[in-house]
Design a protein around this ligand. Sequence first.
Ligand SMILES: *Cc1c(COP(=O)(O)O)cnc(C)c1O
Length: 341
Amino acid sequence: MIIDLRSDTVTQPTTGMLQAILNAKVGDDVYKEDPSANKLEQKLAEMFSMDAALFFPTGSMANQAAIKMLTQPGEQLITDKWAHVYNYEGGGVSFNSGVSCKLLDGNRGMITAKQVEENINPPDFYHSPLTSLVCLENTTNKGGGACYDFSEIEKIRTVCNSHGLGLHLDGARIWNALVAKKEDPKTYGKVFDTISVCLSKGLGTPLGSVLLGKKDIMKKAMRVRKVLGGGMRQIGFMAAAGIYALDNHLERLAEDHKKAAEIAETLSQQSYIKMVEPTETNIVIFYLSQAVSEEKFMDDLLQKNIRISSMGQGKLRIVTHLDYTNQMHETFLGVLKNYSK
Ligand SMILES: *Cc1c(COP(=O)(O)O)cnc(C)c1O
């Protein structure tokens, strides 16, 4: 038995999901003739109260397409220093859109309306890049699954409105925020110009993300996706997995959150742990005490068939998910309690 806690992307499709894939009605999506893809897009657009939606192979491509549609080359976007769009998309912001990032020193990956307002370059000052977009992440990845307070997002929207800026949400793990904070996705659709959501993280599909947006912006999305090499054919097999996941795997995220909280609680009681970040959803970030080497700790866990990941600067990450069973959880908590360096 391997206990893989590196990411919520390591899951295998469930039997029910495989059945949904087998039964999917498909067509050529480049002609927009894939009934399952169309159905998933419509379902998500309605769920978030957005005008339109488009299926993408990855979350990175969906984010990059949004940034491309909401900016012009030479402009600048504002985001947190830990943002996925800046750190983990291969430099795509500059490569694809010719845009620079103004990185803010946020709290666990989250920024405030005040910080945004203070960092908008004056539009008349032609020496500086023109600020045109704000990108938020919810939940935050490097910030340890932290959830925004929705009222702060609304304040950021107000700042964007008064300065004519676009607002994009990297909602790869928006599902975890919706479940943890019992929020209505429609409220998100009201404040963002575009939202990307992942089907392949907590929801457990083999691949797929969806970009949601307002009509005028999404009109361009098919072309941008094509330019990025993301025009696909019978993607209904994966869209059907997405529909199945939304119907069957959304509410159960609460179980992942409960397990993550129990792991955080257990870790915080161990002498070899320096600090555990607040754990709100399915990600636990913690630091070892000085006396314990990160390499040895990870290696000792590996000897027991337990895999976790390192995010650099002493930051270790555990992510709970669909394939992390109750039995694995008992075993893992036991290992943590009995660990000695
Ligand atoms: C996983 C993730 C993405 C998308 O990643 P892909 O691997 O390209 O699907 C985007 N943003 C965040 C915060 C993520 O965690």
